[in-house]
Design a binder for this molecule. Structure first.
Ligand code: DMJ
Length: 557
């Protein structure tokens, strides 16, 4: 090859020039100038244009780990902030509460207030600064303590965790002559104790969980084995809510025992727990389902459906969640749970999921074939559930389900964004010319519920789209501005009023769920990874029961 072709800046023989040497130098200079201008422009674009960090990460970080972890049709941008995980991009002048410790500092305020004003009561009244008792737990005390145990542990608030453990050892007493909600006691107390055991390895939590589980077993003494909603823990006599259609048990109640009861059998060696919940499946699988849907009401004596009302919100919600999670928690061996979940989801999509005229996806309620175009705050958990299940769906449905999950998250965010206080109402409607807005006074309240933040957390983990952290950050700001009071955090009676009217209750699920999901939203993905842990419906993490593993308590990962 001739040297000239390798040295393009040298003069070619036929170049016309008075002074070949000076011409070569000028040409080199100009080319160099053009080249360096080009390089400067490229780097300028990378560093200074909006979203430049994404571009940079796209150029430099093609990590296969990031890609294989992505299970969605929505491409997950490599995240330049992953090492910091301090939270959403925030203006420089934001308040000190915008540090990575935001959720723990909120937890500290909620916990310290409870400890100071309501220690041992079920919940706190943060405005009047006293204890609050809910009849859901009969005379059992300390719901906030048990519900908060794992959150304290996960946030590394160990002094507080030790105080809570001490209270459980000395004071938690199930020998009460009172009627409790089997569902509420299971998800909060049994679930809370199981998580505390698996996280800390402390025997007292295992013992108390099994003791309480045994006290709940008489609820299953019905002709079908479908448990009663209410149970007197001393007499073992059960009954159903007087308002439930035809004396029925409620789908979201009897259908939300499975995860805890499977663990109770594993930890106690007593197969009864598992048998009871597997029998519920048998009863359900024998029944015809209208349009493939599960009505909210089922009579435990006759084994027949009550009214044909269907909801993915109140009365139905966590039944669907537990079908999916039973499969995940079984290390994907529970094929029956898997089949029931994906078939139910298909029926929900066909019969209940709709799009508003401006394009917001929502899940309506179904009453004997007629749709009520209303979506509850409770229903907003479905975005997270659908995202969690998308990977296990037939491969041609995974992308579609991720899109549905993202759409539901967007709708639920809109329900917050369209209020004065930027906190979502209990239920919002898509009729009478409104979209994602509560129209009835008795649906305008916010009681510190977690479902919308829960969905942001799942969506963040699966997509790493920064908008989910931004939305979580909006919720934090609203909670701090409108719900925080000197004595804790309070619910609000009307989220459309410009100033908050507090309901004076700090719900135990605020500490168990809302603050935990906020914390996880801003944590690394390997903190309580989904392939090792499944969250019960009260956000208590339970370990996946690995096919080949021993029964040792788990480490927090
Ligand atoms: C929690 O107790 C549980 O999430 C339950 O499944 C329904 N909702 C409340 C909180 O909103």
């Amino acid at each position: 090859m001739p040297v000239a072709t390798l040295l393009p800046f040298t003069a070619t023989p036929n170049r016309k020039s008075a002074s070949p040497t000076s011409f070569r130098l000028t040409e080199k200079f100009i080319l160099l100038l053009v080249f360096s201008a080009f390089i400067t422009l490229c780097f300028g674009a990378i560093f200074f244009l909006p979203d430049s960090s994404k571009l940079l990460s796209g150029v430099f970080f093609h990590s296969s780990a990031v890609e294989t972890n992505t299970r969605t049709a929505v491409p997950r941008p490599p995240d330049p902030d992953r090492q910091q995980l301090a939270g959403p991009k925030r203006p420089k002048d934001s308040t000190p509460s915008s540090s990575p410790d935001t959720a723990p500092s909120m937890m500290k305020h909620a916990w310290d207030s409870y400890r100071r004003y309501a220690w041992g009561s079920n919940e706190l009244r943060p405005v009047s600064k006293q204890g609050h008792s809910s009849n859901l737990f009969g005379d059992i005390k300390g719901a906030t303590i048990v519900d908060a145990l794992d959150t304290l542990y996960i946030m590394e608030m160990f002094e507080e965790f030790d105080a809570a453990t001490d209270w459980v050892e000395k004071n938690l007493d199930f020998n009460v002559n009172a009627e409790v909600s089997v569902f509420e006691v299971n998800i909060r107390f049994v679930g809370g104790l199981l998580s505390a055991y698996y996280l800390s390895g402390k025997e007292v939590f295992r013992r108390k969980a099994v003791e309480l589980g045994e006290k709940l077993l008489p609820a299953f003494k019905t002709p079908t084995g479908i448990p009663w909603a209410l149970l007197n823990l001393k007499s073992g006599i059960g009954r159903n809510w007087p308002w439930a259609s035809g004396g029925s048990s409620i789908l979201a109640e009897y259908g939300t025992l499975h995860l805890e009861f499977m663990h109770l059998s594993k930890l106690s060696g007593n197969p009864d727990f598992a048998q009871k919940v597997m029998n519920i499946r048998k009863v359900l699988n024998r029944l015809d389902k209208p349009q493939g849907l599960y009505p909210n009401y089922l009579n435990p004596n006759s084994g027949q459906w009550g009214q044909h009302h269907v909801s993915v919100g109140g009365l139905g919600d966590s039944f669907y969640e537990y079908l999916l999670k039973a499969w995940l928690m079984s290390d994907k061996t529970d094929e029956e749970g898997k089949k029931m979940y994906y078939e139910a989801l298909q029926a929900i999509e066909t019969n209940l999921m709709r799009k508003s005229s401006s394009g917001l996806t929502y899940i309506a309620e179904w009453k004997g074939g007629l749709l009520e175009h209303k979506m509850g705050h409770l229903t907003c958990f479905a975005g997270g559930m659908i995202a969690l299940g998308a990977d296990g769906a037939p491969s041609d449905k995974t992308g579609h389900q991720m899109e549905q999950a993202a759409e539901i998250a967007r709708t639920c965010h809109e329900s917050y964004a369209r209020t004065a206080l930027k906190l979502g109402p209990e239920a919002f409607r898509f009729d009478g010319g409104v979209e994602a807005i509560a129209t009835r006074q008795n649906e305008k309240y916010f009681i510190l519920r977690p479902e919308v933040i829960e969905t942001y957390m799942y969506m963040w983990r699966f997509t790493h789209d920064p908008k989910y952290r931004e939305w979580g950050w909006e919720a934090i700001q609203a909670l701090e501005q409108h719900c925080k009071v000197e004595g804790g955090y309070s619910g609000i009676r009307d989220v459309y009023a410009s100033t908050p009217n507090h309901d004076d209750v700090q719900q135990s699920f605020y500490l168990a769920e809302t603050l935990k999901y906020l914390y996880l939203l801003f944590s690394d993905d390997d903190h309580l990874p989904f392939d090792h842990w499944v969250f019960n419906t009260e956000a208590h993490p339970l370990p996946v029961i690995k096919k080949d593993k021993t029964d040792r308590p788990n480490e927090v990962e």
